[in-house]
Design a protein around this ligand. Structure first.
Ligand code: WTA
Length: 652
């Protein structure tokens, strides 16, 4: 494994507080899973036990086989099943709840739009017919570059309906990032918009998309443009560009028969950061993914059709795919979609939306929770949050303090808080407590879900003793797992799998510890991935943007305690590291990678700490950024630079 190693440096942060909190009695009574035997029964009947997840779906051909593991690590879940994901999210709900709200959308300018299941079904059909008219066929990859507007889930479901895999690119990513993803996914169709609001200003997304088209090698067959801003932005359409509204109007009322897909057929590709600077195209199969997502939405987040549920993550990343779109719609609940920021127009916006919609299940990230804490408990206190039944968190470790704050000030002191660990690659939640069964330990994710064989192991693949640090791995396949990488089988195998004596193990890239009760504490990435405000990037992606600035010679980026980025930068000797250079660096990161990835702090330093083999000691830099103790530096090639960096950081 990567020699960056899991050395337990954050282990002290969450230990020493192992008091387990039982699931609240009132919650347990109506919980989706209330029988603790679920763990044993999954273990006794694995993999067939996962059939319960398949049974949450409607199949065109019901799968006889649960798992084909003949050719590891290429696993196939429900391989002989056939289904359509959009039909599972829409059509099958119509008989019972055509007039129930599916999506309640809140725009940045205070706009509101609601879609019943019937409305959503109608628009998805019209959009699917429109895409077909433009030439999109089964297995054609459609790239979607949209902010949090209802047209985003509509476009995803329209693609799913006709068996065209979607490739959603987070709307905040740069033109260059979009171009790379269009090319890498071999996509000939793009759905974007004229622009969107950032605070008060209209931002021109279309010009960024145009830029990407110029940079991309691919010639796009057609581009569909959603009119988000009305008259606020003039964006004339070219000959191969189509107005979304006119396209949907032209096909309004048409029915497009959902295409029955093999369970192993591609539902979507999602580019994410891995061990190299180039993003990887993670491929998710239709059947296993949807089954796992539906099962966890129902049984981990405990979402029911009569809930109003809100996953605050952007649909442009995996959390929004699984728990903002496919999860809630496959279980038939009402979901909130919010375009704005949590502090606009005021810092109580989130609580206002929860109160207004009587949200019962709320799912967000520790980054957001930290902001809420900083802003103060008076904001949630000013709202009636009594509708909350369950709280979820995802994306990074949550401290016991933040966990307790969340439960007390948002969860009324007694709602279960479910800390869910998973990744783009796992597709759905893989480690978490079951809220009606498993006691919670603040700061610890919890045990693996039933049917998930996660283990914390040492370099040799042997389980570590409780309290010792190791690598989080998964020793058997699970339904939501990626089916492969766009970059091919070899890259997939190399990137994720290790063959051991007892079979193939998936490596997550996370360091972890485990306690006597099997509760896992995540220590963070042991590879070159960096989580920035719950967005995932590769360190090299950010660093190469920084060194593209004239005058910069080297850069190393690390995460800080607030989910932000600190960039350590060296410059050419004739260059003055001044405000202008700082500005150039942040602009470069925003332009090449994304606005959200802009460094929060830039530390100019004469040199970067390196090992004798020339490897930058990112871990040391991270400890300095977080103000933590760090170990002996005498083995470095240039130990003298450490003191200098530390005093620069402290002075700032
Ligand atoms: C981190 C997001 C601690 C982890 C769903 C993982 C977490 C990476 C947790 C995946 C958690 C996710 N506690 N760390 N509950 N959940 N992570 O692909 O490092 O954007 O490997 O998927 O986020 O990020 P990704």
């Amino acid at each position: 494994m990567d020699d960056a190693g899991a050395d337990g440096r954050h282990a002290g942060g969450t230990s020493g507080d192992d008091r387990a909190i039982d699931p609240p009695e009132a919650f347990r009574e109506s919980a989706a899973v209330a029988d603790p035997d679920v763990y044993d029964s999954f273990a006794a009947d694995w993999p067939d036990a996962w059939r319960v997840a398949a049974d949450l779906l409607e199949w065109d051909r019901y799968p006889e086989t649960v798992l084909d593991d003949d050719d590891p690590p290429f696993y196939e879940w429900f391989p002989d099943g056939r289904l359509n994901a959009a039909a599972n999210c829409l059509d099958r709900h119509l008989a019972e709840r055509r007039n129930q709200l599916a999506i309640r959308w809140f725009g940045k300018r205070g706009e509101r739009r609601s879609y019943t299941y019937a409305d959503l079904h109608r628009e998805v059909n019209a959009a699917a017919a429109g895409l077909r008219e433009l030439g999109v066929g089964e297995d054609d990859v459609v790239t979607i570059y949209l902010p949090m507007v209802p047209e985003l889930p509509v476009a995803m479901l329209a693609c799913a309906r006709i068996g065209a895999p979607h490739n959603v690119v987070f709307a905040g990513l740069s033109a260059e990032a979009l171009a790379t993803r269009i090319d890498a996914a071999d996509s000939a169709y793009l759905i974007t918009c004229d622009g969107y609001y950032r605070r008060e200003d209209a931002f021109n997304q279309k010009s960024r998309a145009d830029n990407a088209r110029i940079r991309a090698d691919a010639d796009l067959e057609a581009t569909v443009v959603v009119d988000r801003l009305g008259d606020a932005l003039e964006t004339p359409l070219g000959a191969d560009e189509h107005d979304y509204g006119s396209l949907v109007d032209a096909h309004d009322g048409e029915t497009v028969e959902p295409v029955a897909r093999d369970a192993t057929d591609l539902l979507f590709v999602m580019y994410t950061s891995g061990t190299t600077g180039r993003p990887k195209g993670v491929e998710h199969a239709t059947g296993g993914y949807l089954a796992h997502v539906a099962w966890t939405t129902r049984n981990v987040l405990d979402v029911r059709p009569d809930d109003t549920y809100w996953c605050a993550a952007d649909i442009g990343w995996i959390t929004g795919h699984s728990y903002g779109v496919y999860g809630p719609l496959s279980v038939g609940t009402t979901t909130v979609l919010y375009e704005g920021s949590p502090d606009y127009p005021d810092r109580d916006r989130v609580w206002d939306l929860i109160e207004r919609n009587a949200v019962s299940v709320f799912y967000t990230s520790p980054t957001a929770i930290r902001s809420f804490m900083k802003w103060g408990a008076e904001y949630p206190a000013a709202h009636d949050l009594s509708s909350i039944r369950l709280l979820g968190t995802v994306g990074e470790s949550i401290t016991p303090k933040a966990w307790r704050w969340y439960r007390e000030h948002v969860g009324g002191g007694d709602a279960p808080v479910v800390d869910t660990w998973w990744q783009t690659e796992t597709g759905a939640i893989t480690l978490a407590t079951l809220p009606g069964v498993t006691p919670m330990k603040p700061g610890k994710v919890g045990p693996p879900l039933p049917g998930v064989d996660a283990r914390v192991v040492d370099r040799d693949g042997d389980p570590v003793e409780p309290g010792e640090t190791g690598y989080l791995t998964i020793a058997s396949p699970w339904p939501g797992m990626l089916r492969g990488l766009r970059e091919g089988d070899e890259r997939y195998r190399r990137e994720y799998w290790i063959e051991g004596e007892d079979g193939w193990r998936y490596r997550t890239g996370d360091g972890a510890t485990v306690d006597e009760d099997g509760y896992v504490t995540i220590l963070g990435r042991v590879d070159d991935v960096i989580n920035v405000r719950a967005h995932r990037f590769n360190t090299a992606e950010l660093e190469s943007a920084i060194v593209s600035v004239d005058g910069v010679t080297e850069a190393a980026v690390v995460g800080d305690d607030d989910g932000g980025v600190v960039a350590y930068v060296t410059t050419r000797s004739d260059v003055e590291p001044d405000a202008g250079l700082r500005e150039a660096i942040t602009t470069a990161v925003a332009g090449v990678v994304a606005e959200v990835a802009r460094p929060d702090r830039i530390v100019f330093t004469p040199d970067l700490p390196k090992t004798r083999s020339g490897k930058i000691m990112r871990r040391l830099l991270e400890d300095i950024a977080r103000g933590e103790e760090f170990g002996d530096v005498s083995a470095l090639r240039n130990p003298e630079v450490v003191g200098e960096i530390e005093s620069t950081v402290r002075e700032e």
